[in-house]
Design a protein. Sequence first.
Length: 230
Amino acid sequence: MKTTILTDIEGTTSSISFVKDVLFPYARDALPGFVRDHGGQPEVRRWLDQVALENGGICSDEVIVETLQGWIDQDRKHTALKALQGMVWEAGYRDGDFAAPLYPDVAPALRAWHAGGHRLAVYSSGSVPAQKLLFANTDAGDLLPLFDCFFDTEVGHKRDADSYRLIADRLNRSAGDILFLSDVVAELDAARDAGMRTVLLDRREDYAEPRTGDAANGHARVESFADIVA
Ligand SMILES: CSCCC(=O)C(=O)COP(=O)(O)O
Ligand SMILES: [Mg+2]
């Protein structure tokens, strides 16, 4: 059976800077207007209510927006924030405010793996709709058709081995047939605990110091998708 490739996004297929310096500020600025215009829609309200609950119960939309903006500044990987960010980014992609830059080695590798019969899947803290938007709007074109499964924190935290066990179940693969790619060693540790193969993406643009030796914690390490052996 061909290895299924499961990839992270931020720091792996796209730079941390794109997420932190483009996507997050766009969401921060657009959130007040988005909540004002769409806060009454059930699929939006559901997430706003979750944020209110964490704030101790009923609070105004203004307080909810301020809470969400604070979470963006802290880079919290909260499922409600991620779901709302995905909805906000939709307008940004649609209006051409940004496209998603991939590292130049990513699209050729994804296309080659897909052509070679490997299944491709994504596991990111970004919501599944946000992941789909990103891969449909990359600077290398629409790569969405290459992927057949997407997972976000609704399956669990990325540093929890059970999340990877659940993903293997959902992919109908044994964990050993899945290769997980990430820039975060703690995520790779969790995937390895669940039985997956792992590769650390150690991008110089994102991490000034190479993470070799103990810093890679025994994970295979590459600086480019071109060097990954699927
Ligand atoms: C799906 S694009 C936005 C990425 C994002 O919001 C994020 O938090 C990235 O986390 P990742 O798990 O891909 O490192
Ligand atoms: Mg990452």
